[in-house]
Ligand binder design. Structure first.
Ligand SMILES: Nc1ncnc2c1ncn2[C@@H]1O[C@H](COP(=O)(O)OP(=O)(O)OP(=O)(O)O)[C@@H](O)[C@H]1O
Ligand SMILES: CCCCCCCCCCCCC/C=C/[C@@H](O)[C@H](CO)NC(C)=O
Ligand SMILES: [Ca+2]
Length: 522
Protein backbone atom coordinates (compact mmCIF):
# COMPACT_ATOMS: atom_id res chain seq x y z
CA UNK A 1 0.00 0.00 0.00
CA UNK A 2 1.39 3.40 -0.93
CA UNK A 3 -0.20 6.26 0.89
CA UNK A 4 -0.22 10.01 0.62
CA UNK A 5 0.00 12.04 3.80
CA UNK A 6 0.48 15.81 4.17
CA UNK A 7 1.52 16.06 0.52
CA UNK A 8 4.25 13.43 1.02
CA UNK A 9 4.27 9.92 -0.35
CA UNK A 10 5.21 7.10 1.97
CA UNK A 11 5.69 3.42 1.43
CA UNK A 12 4.61 1.13 4.23
CA UNK A 13 6.52 -2.09 3.84
CA UNK A 14 4.53 -4.62 5.83
CA UNK A 15 1.36 -4.50 3.76
CA UNK A 16 2.22 -3.36 0.26
CA UNK A 17 -0.75 -5.29 -1.04
CA UNK A 18 -2.30 -8.50 0.18
CA UNK A 19 -0.54 -10.36 -2.63
CA UNK A 20 2.89 -8.68 -2.37
CA UNK A 21 4.78 -9.91 0.66
CA UNK A 22 8.01 -8.61 2.19
CA UNK A 23 10.72 -11.23 2.40
CA UNK A 24 11.89 -10.07 5.81
CA UNK A 25 9.35 -9.73 8.54
CA UNK A 26 9.82 -5.98 8.91
CA UNK A 27 7.49 -3.14 9.72
CA UNK A 28 8.94 -0.04 8.18
CA UNK A 29 7.59 3.30 7.07
CA UNK A 30 9.68 5.18 4.49
CA UNK A 31 8.87 8.39 2.59
CA UNK A 32 9.28 7.94 -1.16
CA UNK A 33 11.76 10.82 -0.99
CA UNK A 34 14.03 8.60 1.11
CA UNK A 35 14.03 5.62 -1.24
CA UNK A 36 17.44 5.25 -2.83
CA UNK A 37 16.60 2.83 -5.65
CA UNK A 38 14.20 0.09 -6.71
CA UNK A 39 15.52 -3.00 -8.52
CA UNK A 40 14.04 -6.14 -10.02
CA UNK A 41 15.51 -9.01 -8.03
CA UNK A 42 16.51 -12.51 -9.11
CA UNK A 43 14.45 -14.35 -6.56
CA UNK A 44 16.80 -17.32 -6.21
CA UNK A 45 19.55 -15.12 -4.90
CA UNK A 46 17.47 -13.84 -2.04
CA UNK A 47 15.59 -17.07 -1.42
CA UNK A 48 14.79 -17.80 2.20
CA UNK A 49 12.52 -20.23 3.94
CA UNK A 50 9.11 -19.14 2.70
CA UNK A 51 7.36 -22.51 3.00
CA UNK A 52 4.71 -23.71 0.64
CA UNK A 53 4.85 -20.71 -1.73
CA UNK A 54 8.28 -21.82 -2.89
CA UNK A 55 6.94 -25.15 -4.14
CA UNK A 56 3.72 -23.90 -5.74
CA UNK A 57 4.95 -21.44 -8.36
CA UNK A 58 7.83 -19.39 -9.72
CA UNK A 59 8.21 -16.32 -7.55
CA UNK A 60 8.96 -12.76 -8.68
CA UNK A 61 10.59 -10.12 -6.56
CA UNK A 62 11.82 -6.55 -6.34
CA UNK A 63 14.10 -4.83 -3.84
CA UNK A 64 13.67 -1.37 -2.37
CA UNK A 65 16.86 0.31 -1.11
CA UNK A 66 16.04 3.01 1.38
CA UNK A 67 17.50 5.37 3.97
CA UNK A 68 17.55 4.06 7.51
CA UNK A 69 18.15 6.74 10.12
CA UNK A 70 20.42 5.66 12.94
CA UNK A 71 21.70 7.43 16.04
CA UNK A 72 23.54 10.76 15.99
CA UNK A 73 22.22 11.84 12.55
CA UNK A 74 23.92 8.87 10.86
CA UNK A 75 22.16 7.54 7.75
CA UNK A 76 22.55 4.03 6.40
CA UNK A 77 21.35 2.21 3.26
CA UNK A 78 19.02 -0.73 3.97
CA UNK A 79 16.96 -2.88 1.63
CA UNK A 80 13.71 -4.80 1.70
CA UNK A 81 12.79 -7.45 -0.88
CA UNK A 82 9.16 -8.15 -1.79
CA UNK A 83 7.93 -11.23 -3.63
CA UNK A 84 4.76 -12.48 -5.26
CA UNK A 85 3.64 -15.19 -7.69
CA UNK A 86 2.11 -12.76 -10.19
CA UNK A 87 4.84 -11.46 -12.51
CA UNK A 88 2.62 -8.70 -13.90
CA UNK A 89 1.75 -7.38 -10.44
CA UNK A 90 5.42 -7.44 -9.46
CA UNK A 91 6.36 -5.47 -12.59
CA UNK A 92 3.57 -2.99 -11.94
CA UNK A 93 4.91 -2.32 -8.47
CA UNK A 94 8.49 -1.94 -9.68
CA UNK A 95 7.38 0.39 -12.46
CA UNK A 96 5.16 2.48 -10.20
CA UNK A 97 7.94 2.93 -7.63
CA UNK A 98 10.47 3.81 -10.32
CA UNK A 99 8.08 6.41 -11.72
CA UNK A 100 7.67 7.91 -8.26
CA UNK A 101 11.44 8.16 -7.96
CA UNK A 102 11.65 9.83 -11.39
CA UNK A 103 9.27 12.47 -10.06
CA UNK A 104 11.80 13.46 -7.36
CA UNK A 105 13.16 16.31 -9.48
CA UNK A 106 15.74 17.60 -6.99
CA UNK A 107 17.78 14.39 -7.24
CA UNK A 108 21.12 14.78 -9.02
CA UNK A 109 21.82 12.70 -12.12
CA UNK A 110 25.32 13.84 -12.98
CA UNK A 111 28.01 14.87 -10.49
CA UNK A 112 31.51 16.24 -10.72
CA UNK A 113 33.68 14.76 -7.96
CA UNK A 114 37.01 16.16 -6.69
CA UNK A 115 39.07 13.97 -4.36
CA UNK A 116 41.96 15.36 -2.32
CA UNK A 117 44.07 12.20 -1.84
CA UNK A 118 46.02 13.87 1.00
CA UNK A 119 43.11 15.35 3.01
CA UNK A 120 42.25 14.17 6.53
CA UNK A 121 43.96 10.87 7.19
CA UNK A 122 44.79 10.33 3.46
CA UNK A 123 41.81 7.97 3.23
CA UNK A 124 39.63 10.06 0.90
CA UNK A 125 40.19 8.06 -2.30
CA UNK A 126 39.69 4.67 -0.62
CA UNK A 127 36.57 5.84 1.23
CA UNK A 128 35.11 7.27 -1.97
CA UNK A 129 35.74 4.11 -4.00
CA UNK A 130 34.58 1.64 -1.36
CA UNK A 131 31.70 3.40 0.32
CA UNK A 132 30.41 6.22 -1.86
CA UNK A 133 30.82 5.24 -5.53
CA UNK A 134 28.73 2.01 -5.12
CA UNK A 135 25.86 4.06 -3.66
CA UNK A 136 25.99 6.58 -6.54
CA UNK A 137 25.93 3.72 -9.02
CA UNK A 138 22.97 2.05 -7.20
CA UNK A 139 21.10 5.36 -7.49
CA UNK A 140 22.03 5.60 -11.23
CA UNK A 141 24.06 8.78 -10.71
CA UNK A 142 26.87 9.20 -13.21
CA UNK A 143 30.09 10.85 -12.07
CA UNK A 144 33.21 12.46 -13.49
CA UNK A 145 35.96 12.00 -10.91
CA UNK A 146 39.07 14.19 -10.62
CA UNK A 147 41.76 13.16 -8.12
CA UNK A 148 43.60 16.40 -7.39
CA UNK A 149 47.34 16.58 -8.02
CA UNK A 150 48.09 19.84 -6.24
CA UNK A 151 46.43 22.57 -4.18
CA UNK A 152 44.04 24.72 -6.28
CA UNK A 153 43.71 21.98 -8.92
CA UNK A 154 39.96 21.70 -8.26
CA UNK A 155 39.48 25.48 -8.16
CA UNK A 156 41.31 26.04 -11.46
CA UNK A 157 39.47 23.14 -13.06
CA UNK A 158 36.10 24.66 -12.12
CA UNK A 159 36.96 27.69 -14.29
CA UNK A 160 37.58 25.42 -17.30
CA UNK A 161 34.92 22.69 -17.28
CA UNK A 162 31.33 23.02 -18.43
CA UNK A 163 29.89 23.16 -14.91
CA UNK A 164 26.37 23.64 -16.23
CA UNK A 165 26.11 20.03 -17.34
CA UNK A 166 26.39 18.87 -13.72
CA UNK A 167 23.69 18.85 -11.06
CA UNK A 168 26.27 19.12 -8.34
CA UNK A 169 29.90 19.13 -7.34
CA UNK A 170 31.14 16.79 -4.63
CA UNK A 171 34.44 17.32 -2.89
CA UNK A 172 36.11 14.61 -0.89
CA UNK A 173 38.34 16.28 1.66
CA UNK A 174 38.21 18.50 4.71
CA UNK A 175 37.12 22.07 5.37
CA UNK A 176 40.13 23.26 3.31
CA UNK A 177 39.04 21.31 0.25
CA UNK A 178 35.46 22.51 0.70
CA UNK A 179 36.71 26.07 0.77
CA UNK A 180 38.77 25.57 -2.39
CA UNK A 181 35.85 24.10 -4.36
CA UNK A 182 33.48 26.76 -3.02
CA UNK A 183 35.86 29.49 -4.25
CA UNK A 184 35.98 27.80 -7.65
CA UNK A 185 32.20 27.62 -7.91
CA UNK A 186 31.37 31.10 -6.63
CA UNK A 187 34.23 32.62 -8.66
CA UNK A 188 33.07 30.88 -11.83
CA UNK A 189 29.47 32.02 -11.35
CA UNK A 190 30.59 35.65 -10.89
CA UNK A 191 32.94 35.48 -13.88
CA UNK A 192 30.18 34.09 -16.11
CA UNK A 193 27.83 36.84 -14.93
CA UNK A 194 30.38 39.64 -15.36
CA UNK A 195 30.51 40.48 -11.65
CA UNK A 196 33.69 41.97 -10.22
CA UNK A 197 34.59 40.09 -7.03
CA UNK A 198 36.93 42.93 -6.02
CA UNK A 199 33.98 45.23 -5.45
CA UNK A 200 33.04 44.69 -1.78
CA UNK A 201 29.54 46.07 -2.41
CA UNK A 202 28.77 43.89 -5.45
CA UNK A 203 25.65 41.73 -5.17
CA UNK A 204 26.92 38.26 -5.95
CA UNK A 205 25.11 35.74 -8.14
CA UNK A 206 23.78 32.73 -6.24
CA UNK A 207 25.19 29.30 -7.08
CA UNK A 208 21.96 27.62 -8.06
CA UNK A 209 23.30 25.11 -10.52
CA UNK A 210 26.07 23.41 -8.64
CA UNK A 211 25.91 22.18 -5.11
CA UNK A 212 28.81 21.04 -2.98
CA UNK A 213 29.32 18.50 -0.29
CA UNK A 214 32.28 16.94 1.41
CA UNK A 215 33.55 14.58 4.05
CA UNK A 216 36.73 13.15 5.59
CA UNK A 217 38.76 16.15 6.86
CA UNK A 218 40.29 16.84 10.25
CA UNK A 219 37.86 19.40 11.78
CA UNK A 220 34.84 18.84 9.48
CA UNK A 221 33.05 21.74 11.11
CA UNK A 222 30.88 22.39 8.01
CA UNK A 223 29.64 18.78 7.98
CA UNK A 224 28.89 18.80 11.72
CA UNK A 225 27.08 22.11 11.53
CA UNK A 226 24.96 21.25 8.46
CA UNK A 227 24.31 17.51 8.81
CA UNK A 228 25.17 16.82 12.45
CA UNK A 229 27.85 14.24 11.64
CA UNK A 230 30.87 13.83 9.39
CA UNK A 231 30.26 10.46 7.78
CA UNK A 232 30.81 9.62 4.09
CA UNK A 233 27.82 7.28 3.74
CA UNK A 234 25.48 9.78 5.40
CA UNK A 235 26.74 12.57 3.11
CA UNK A 236 26.37 10.34 0.02
CA UNK A 237 22.77 9.51 0.95
CA UNK A 238 21.90 13.20 1.42
CA UNK A 239 23.28 13.78 -2.09
CA UNK A 240 21.28 10.87 -3.57
CA UNK A 241 17.96 12.01 -2.13
CA UNK A 242 18.70 15.52 -3.45
CA UNK A 243 18.62 17.39 -0.14
CA UNK A 244 19.29 21.06 -0.53
CA UNK A 245 20.34 23.46 2.23
CA UNK A 246 21.04 27.14 1.45
CA UNK A 247 24.12 28.59 3.11
CA UNK A 248 25.27 32.14 3.89
CA UNK A 249 28.72 33.09 2.64
CA UNK A 250 30.81 36.08 3.80
CA UNK A 251 33.07 37.93 1.39
CA UNK A 252 36.31 39.31 2.80
CA UNK A 253 38.02 42.33 1.21
CA UNK A 254 41.00 44.54 1.94
CA UNK A 255 41.31 47.95 0.24
CA UNK A 256 38.82 47.06 -2.51
CA UNK A 257 40.66 43.83 -3.21
CA UNK A 258 38.92 40.50 -2.81
CA UNK A 259 40.68 38.17 -0.37
CA UNK A 260 38.45 35.16 0.38
CA UNK A 261 34.99 33.80 1.08
CA UNK A 262 34.12 32.31 4.44
CA UNK A 263 31.30 29.99 5.53
CA UNK A 264 32.38 28.87 8.97
CA UNK A 265 34.89 30.83 11.07
CA UNK A 266 36.67 34.12 10.55
CA UNK A 267 38.85 34.32 13.63
CA UNK A 268 41.44 36.90 14.69
CA UNK A 269 43.59 36.52 17.81
CA UNK A 270 43.19 33.10 19.42
CA UNK A 271 41.98 31.09 16.39
CA UNK A 272 44.23 32.98 13.96
CA UNK A 273 47.29 32.29 16.12
CA UNK A 274 46.37 28.61 16.50
CA UNK A 275 46.11 28.26 12.73
CA UNK A 276 49.35 30.09 12.03
CA UNK A 277 51.24 27.88 14.45
CA UNK A 278 49.51 24.66 13.36
CA UNK A 279 50.33 25.21 9.66
CA UNK A 280 54.00 24.60 10.51
CA UNK A 281 52.99 21.27 12.08
CA UNK A 282 50.83 19.77 9.30
CA UNK A 283 52.83 16.56 9.66
CA UNK A 284 51.13 16.02 13.05
CA UNK A 285 47.75 15.58 11.31
CA UNK A 286 44.58 16.64 13.18
CA UNK A 287 46.57 16.57 16.48
CA UNK A 288 48.27 19.79 15.38
CA UNK A 289 45.25 21.84 16.45
CA UNK A 290 45.44 20.51 20.04
CA UNK A 291 49.19 21.14 20.26
CA UNK A 292 48.95 24.67 18.83
CA UNK A 293 45.78 25.34 20.83
CA UNK A 294 47.58 24.63 24.10
CA UNK A 295 50.60 26.71 23.06
CA UNK A 296 48.43 29.64 22.00
CA UNK A 297 46.43 29.47 25.20
CA UNK A 298 49.64 29.72 27.24
CA UNK A 299 50.94 32.67 25.17
CA UNK A 300 47.75 34.63 26.06
CA UNK A 301 48.30 37.33 23.44
CA UNK A 302 45.81 40.15 23.12
CA UNK A 303 45.46 42.53 20.18
CA UNK A 304 44.26 46.12 19.96
CA UNK A 305 41.95 47.25 17.22
CA UNK A 306 38.66 48.79 16.12
CA UNK A 307 35.57 46.99 14.92
CA UNK A 308 32.73 48.70 13.11
CA UNK A 309 29.62 46.69 12.36
CA UNK A 310 26.08 47.04 11.04
CA UNK A 311 23.57 45.02 13.09
CA UNK A 312 21.49 42.47 11.16
CA UNK A 313 18.10 44.04 11.76
CA UNK A 314 16.31 41.99 9.11
CA UNK A 315 16.79 38.64 10.91
CA UNK A 316 14.32 37.42 13.50
CA UNK A 317 16.72 35.67 15.87
CA UNK A 318 19.41 36.66 18.37
CA UNK A 319 22.72 34.97 19.21
CA UNK A 320 21.45 34.50 22.78
CA UNK A 321 18.43 32.42 21.66
CA UNK A 322 18.06 29.03 23.31
CA UNK A 323 16.82 27.42 20.06
CA UNK A 324 19.37 26.27 17.46
CA UNK A 325 19.05 26.25 13.67
CA UNK A 326 17.49 22.92 12.66
CA UNK A 327 16.00 21.31 9.55
CA UNK A 328 13.21 23.51 8.13
CA UNK A 329 14.36 26.43 10.36
CA UNK A 330 11.67 29.15 10.54
CA UNK A 331 14.18 32.00 10.80
CA UNK A 332 16.10 30.86 7.69
CA UNK A 333 12.80 30.37 5.81
CA UNK A 334 11.84 33.98 6.62
CA UNK A 335 15.19 35.18 5.24
CA UNK A 336 14.61 33.13 2.09
CA UNK A 337 11.25 34.88 1.58
CA UNK A 338 12.81 38.32 2.15
CA UNK A 339 15.57 37.52 -0.33
CA UNK A 340 13.08 36.39 -2.97
CA UNK A 341 11.08 39.62 -2.48
CA UNK A 342 14.22 41.76 -2.71
CA UNK A 343 15.30 39.98 -5.90
CA UNK A 344 11.83 40.49 -7.38
CA UNK A 345 11.85 44.21 -6.55
CA UNK A 346 15.40 45.19 -7.39
CA UNK A 347 16.89 42.27 -9.34
CA UNK A 348 20.48 41.85 -8.26
CA UNK A 349 20.97 45.59 -7.63
CA UNK A 350 20.20 45.91 -3.93
CA UNK A 351 20.07 49.41 -2.53
CA UNK A 352 22.62 49.82 0.27
CA UNK A 353 20.65 51.53 3.04
CA UNK A 354 22.55 54.17 5.01
CA UNK A 355 22.21 52.25 8.23
CA UNK A 356 24.11 53.14 11.35
CA UNK A 357 27.52 51.66 12.09
CA UNK A 358 28.41 50.75 15.67
CA UNK A 359 32.07 51.16 16.58
CA UNK A 360 33.97 49.29 19.29
CA UNK A 361 37.63 49.89 20.19
CA UNK A 362 39.49 47.61 22.53
CA UNK A 363 42.00 44.94 23.44
CA UNK A 364 40.84 41.53 22.36
CA UNK A 365 41.99 37.97 22.99
CA UNK A 366 39.73 36.75 20.20
CA UNK A 367 37.46 38.21 17.54
CA UNK A 368 35.32 35.52 15.91
CA UNK A 369 32.72 35.93 13.19
CA UNK A 370 30.74 32.78 12.44
CA UNK A 371 28.18 32.15 9.71
CA UNK A 372 27.07 28.90 11.32
CA UNK A 373 27.31 27.38 14.80
CA UNK A 374 30.75 25.86 14.00
CA UNK A 375 29.80 22.73 15.91
CA UNK A 376 32.52 20.08 15.72
CA UNK A 377 33.73 17.17 17.88
CA UNK A 378 35.81 19.56 20.02
CA UNK A 379 32.77 21.74 20.67
CA UNK A 380 29.48 19.90 20.04
CA UNK A 381 27.32 23.04 20.34
CA UNK A 382 29.86 25.24 18.52
CA UNK A 383 31.27 28.74 18.85
CA UNK A 384 27.82 30.31 18.54
CA UNK A 385 25.16 27.67 19.22
CA UNK A 386 22.23 29.78 17.95
CA UNK A 387 23.86 30.94 14.69
CA UNK A 388 21.80 30.24 11.56
CA UNK A 389 22.94 28.57 8.34
CA UNK A 390 20.91 30.75 6.02
CA UNK A 391 19.58 33.89 7.73
CA UNK A 392 21.89 36.36 5.98
CA UNK A 393 23.81 37.21 9.14
CA UNK A 394 26.95 36.28 11.06
CA UNK A 395 27.51 36.23 14.83
CA UNK A 396 30.37 38.51 15.83
CA UNK A 397 31.93 37.37 19.12
CA UNK A 398 34.34 39.71 20.90
CA UNK A 399 36.42 38.29 23.74
CA UNK A 400 38.14 41.18 25.49
CA UNK A 401 41.40 41.00 27.37
CA UNK A 402 40.85 39.01 30.58
CA UNK A 403 42.87 36.75 32.85
CA UNK A 404 44.11 33.37 31.63
CA UNK A 405 41.81 31.70 34.15
CA UNK A 406 38.74 33.53 32.82
CA UNK A 407 39.69 32.77 29.23
CA UNK A 408 39.96 29.09 30.18
CA UNK A 409 36.50 29.27 31.78
CA UNK A 410 35.21 30.77 28.51
CA UNK A 411 36.80 27.98 26.43
CA UNK A 412 35.56 25.22 28.71
CA UNK A 413 31.98 26.45 28.25
CA UNK A 414 32.27 25.45 24.56
CA UNK A 415 32.33 21.87 25.74
CA UNK A 416 29.47 21.87 28.26
CA UNK A 417 25.90 23.15 28.53
CA UNK A 418 26.80 26.50 30.18
CA UNK A 419 26.35 29.75 28.24
CA UNK A 420 29.71 30.85 26.81
CA UNK A 421 28.42 34.39 26.24
CA UNK A 422 27.51 34.90 29.89
CA UNK A 423 30.77 36.64 30.88
CA UNK A 424 31.37 40.40 31.34
CA UNK A 425 34.36 40.20 28.95
CA UNK A 426 32.41 38.51 26.12
CA UNK A 427 30.06 40.34 23.75
CA UNK A 428 28.13 38.88 20.85
CA UNK A 429 26.28 40.69 18.04
CA UNK A 430 24.33 39.47 15.04
CA UNK A 431 25.71 41.44 12.09
CA UNK A 432 25.33 41.74 8.31
CA UNK A 433 28.75 43.32 7.76
CA UNK A 434 31.76 44.50 9.73
CA UNK A 435 35.19 46.04 9.36
CA UNK A 436 38.27 45.52 11.46
CA UNK A 437 41.41 47.62 11.69
CA UNK A 438 44.23 46.71 14.02
CA UNK A 439 45.82 49.46 16.13
CA UNK A 440 49.04 48.84 14.28
CA UNK A 441 47.54 49.63 10.87
CA UNK A 442 45.58 52.59 12.29
CA UNK A 443 48.85 54.05 13.58
CA UNK A 444 50.59 53.57 10.24
CA UNK A 445 48.79 55.23 7.36
CA UNK A 446 51.66 55.12 4.87
CA UNK A 447 52.23 51.92 2.91
CA UNK A 448 56.00 52.11 3.24
CA UNK A 449 55.76 52.41 7.02
CA UNK A 450 53.25 49.55 7.02
CA UNK A 451 55.62 47.16 5.34
CA UNK A 452 58.40 48.07 7.78
CA UNK A 453 56.13 47.63 10.79
CA UNK A 454 54.74 44.36 9.49
CA UNK A 455 58.27 43.04 9.26
CA UNK A 456 58.99 44.39 12.73
CA UNK A 457 55.86 42.65 14.00
CA UNK A 458 57.00 39.38 12.50
CA UNK A 459 60.43 39.81 14.09
CA UNK A 460 58.89 40.28 17.54
CA UNK A 461 56.62 37.27 17.27
CA UNK A 462 59.45 35.03 16.23
CA UNK A 463 61.65 36.12 19.11
CA UNK A 464 60.02 35.29 22.42
CA UNK A 465 62.67 37.27 24.33
CA UNK A 466 61.25 40.48 22.86
CA UNK A 467 58.30 41.58 25.01
CA UNK A 468 56.81 43.91 22.37
CA UNK A 469 53.08 43.32 22.14
CA UNK A 470 52.51 45.67 19.20
CA UNK A 471 51.97 42.91 16.66
CA UNK A 472 49.13 41.90 14.48
CA UNK A 473 47.46 38.54 14.69
CA UNK A 474 46.39 36.67 11.57
CA UNK A 475 42.85 36.09 10.37
CA UNK A 476 41.85 32.43 10.23
CA UNK A 477 39.39 32.26 7.33
CA UNK A 478 37.81 28.78 7.33
CA UNK A 479 41.19 27.28 8.18
CA UNK A 480 43.30 29.42 5.79
CA UNK A 481 45.37 32.42 6.86
CA UNK A 482 44.72 35.86 5.36
CA UNK A 483 47.57 38.22 4.49
CA UNK A 484 45.85 41.40 5.72
CA UNK A 485 44.71 42.21 9.23
CA UNK A 486 42.49 45.12 8.11
CA UNK A 487 39.43 43.55 6.50
CA UNK A 488 35.92 44.37 5.36
CA UNK A 489 33.39 41.54 5.66
CA UNK A 490 29.90 41.23 4.21
CA UNK A 491 27.41 38.36 4.58
CA UNK A 492 25.73 37.24 1.35
CA UNK A 493 22.44 35.61 2.25
CA UNK A 494 22.11 32.03 0.88
CA UNK A 495 24.82 32.41 -1.75
CA UNK A 496 25.54 28.67 -1.83
CA UNK A 497 23.48 25.52 -1.69
CA UNK A 498 24.59 22.29 -0.05
CA UNK A 499 23.44 18.69 -0.40
CA UNK A 500 22.08 18.68 3.15
CA UNK A 501 18.84 19.44 4.99
CA UNK A 502 20.12 21.06 8.18
CA UNK A 503 20.41 19.12 11.41
CA UNK A 504 17.43 16.82 11.95
CA UNK A 505 15.78 16.48 15.33
CA UNK A 506 16.95 13.45 17.28
CA UNK A 507 16.27 10.08 15.63
CA UNK A 508 14.29 8.87 18.64
CA UNK A 509 11.71 11.59 17.97
CA UNK A 510 11.66 10.52 14.31
CA UNK A 511 10.90 6.91 15.22
CA UNK A 512 8.10 7.99 17.53
CA UNK A 513 6.66 10.19 14.76
CA UNK A 514 6.71 7.38 12.19
CA UNK A 515 4.95 5.07 14.58
CA UNK A 516 2.13 7.50 15.21
CA UNK A 517 1.82 8.14 11.45
CA UNK A 518 1.34 4.42 10.85
CA UNK A 519 -1.24 4.21 13.58
CA UNK A 520 -3.18 7.12 12.07
CA UNK A 521 -3.14 5.43 8.68
CA UNK A 522 -4.23 1.95 9.67
N1 LIG B 1 46.56 16.88 -4.37
C1 LIG B 1 46.79 17.81 -3.48
N2 LIG B 1 48.02 18.04 -2.99
C2 LIG B 1 48.25 18.97 -2.05
N3 LIG B 1 47.30 19.79 -1.54
C3 LIG B 1 46.05 19.62 -1.99
C4 LIG B 1 45.73 18.65 -2.98
N4 LIG B 1 44.40 18.71 -3.23
C5 LIG B 1 43.91 19.70 -2.45
N5 LIG B 1 44.89 20.25 -1.70
C6 LIG B 1 44.79 21.33 -0.70
O1 LIG B 1 44.90 20.76 0.61
C7 LIG B 1 44.28 21.62 1.56
C8 LIG B 1 43.75 20.82 2.74
O2 LIG B 1 42.78 19.95 2.26
P1 LIG B 1 41.72 19.20 3.18
O3 LIG B 1 40.81 20.17 3.76
O4 LIG B 1 41.10 18.12 2.37
O5 LIG B 1 42.67 18.55 4.24
P2 LIG B 1 42.67 18.43 5.82
O6 LIG B 1 44.05 18.09 6.22
O7 LIG B 1 41.64 17.48 6.21
O8 LIG B 1 42.35 19.86 6.31
P3 LIG B 1 41.22 20.49 7.23
O9 LIG B 1 41.94 20.78 8.48
O10 LIG B 1 40.87 21.73 6.48
O11 LIG B 1 40.08 19.57 7.41
C9 LIG B 1 43.21 22.36 0.79
O12 LIG B 1 43.35 23.73 1.03
C10 LIG B 1 43.45 22.03 -0.69
O13 LIG B 1 43.57 23.22 -1.46
C1 LIG C 1 39.72 22.92 27.92
C2 LIG C 1 39.86 23.43 26.57
C3 LIG C 1 38.56 23.46 25.83
C4 LIG C 1 38.79 23.82 24.41
C5 LIG C 1 37.52 24.11 23.69
C6 LIG C 1 37.85 24.66 22.38
C7 LIG C 1 36.65 24.90 21.51
C8 LIG C 1 37.04 24.56 20.11
C9 LIG C 1 36.12 25.13 19.10
C10 LIG C 1 36.69 24.85 17.74
C11 LIG C 1 35.94 25.61 16.71
C12 LIG C 1 36.51 25.36 15.37
C13 LIG C 1 35.83 26.16 14.34
C14 LIG C 1 36.19 25.64 13.00
C15 LIG C 1 36.89 26.29 12.15
C16 LIG C 1 37.22 25.75 10.79
O1 LIG C 1 36.81 26.68 9.84
C17 LIG C 1 38.70 25.56 10.63
C18 LIG C 1 38.99 24.81 9.35
O2 LIG C 1 38.85 23.46 9.50
N1 LIG C 1 39.25 24.83 11.74
C19 LIG C 1 40.16 25.37 12.54
C20 LIG C 1 40.63 24.53 13.68
O3 LIG C 1 40.61 26.48 12.38
CA1 LIG D 1 24.10 32.87 9.11
Amino acid sequence: MTVKKSGKLFIHFTFLTTSIVPLQNRNCFVPISEIIAVEETEFNKKQRNIGRWQKMAKLHAFTVHYVKKARNHRWRCRDATFWCVDEHLCNQWTQALKELLEMQKSRPKQLLVYINPYGGKRQGKRIYEQKVAPLFSLASISTDVVVTEHANHAKDNLFEVNIYKYDGVVCVGGDGMFSEVMHGLIGRMQKDSGIDQNNPKASLVQCNICLVFYFSGSTDCICYSTVGISDPVTSALHIIVGDCQPLDVSSVHHNNTFLKYSVSLLGYGFYGDILKDSEKKRWMGPMRYDYSGFKTFLSHHYYEGTIAYQPAKQTHGSPRDKESCRMGCYICKQSEKQLAEQNKEHGLKHEEGEEEWKVIKGKFLAINAVNMSCACPRSPKGLSPAAHLADGSADLILVRKCSRFNFLRYLVRHTNQDDQFDFPFVDVYRVKCFQFTSKLSEDNESNVMDIGKKRFGQFCRDHPACCCNIVNSTWNCDGETLDSSAIEVRVHCQLMKLFARGIEEDCKDEAAHSQSSIEQLL
